[in-house]
Design a protein. Structure first.
Length: 115
């Protein structure tokens, strides 16, 4: 669609815009468009900041909390998965010796078996 735009066609479109809106109106339209884009970006940034600020508070209600080992988000102690990164917060047990290991261990602390 855009591959057939030649400089002559672009010039014709620009001239039509100038004739239709007038030379004085074009800067006002561009300024209004720029302000609209700026306001839209500001609103999306504010919504993102509000949701980021509310997420840890919603994920970790008042009471006994702990931090996620992987991302550091505050979560309730009885939470099984982190609401931010989705990783398991349950300490893994070794399949070979049934020892409960610390979260983040890749090998069993007793027998060395891969977890």
């Amino acid at each position: 669609m855009l591959e057939d735009l030649s400089p002559a066609k672009i010039l014709i479109v620009v001239l039509l815009i100038v004739v239709f809106f007038g030379a004085k109106k074009i800067p006002e339209i561009a300024q209004g468009l720029g302000k609209g884009i700026k306001e839209f970006k500001k609103a999306t940034r504010e919504i993102t900041e509000e949701s980021d600020a509310a997420a840890p508070a919603a994920a970790a209600p008042a009471g006994d909390t702990t931090s996620c080992y992987y991302c550091g988000t505050r979560v309730a102690r009885d939470t099984r998965f982190c609401p931010s990164c989705g990783k398991s917060l349950v300490a893994p047990a070794c399949a070979k010796c049934n020892t409960v290991n610390a979260i983040g261990n890749k090998f069993c602390s007793s027998c060395g078996e891969k977890l």
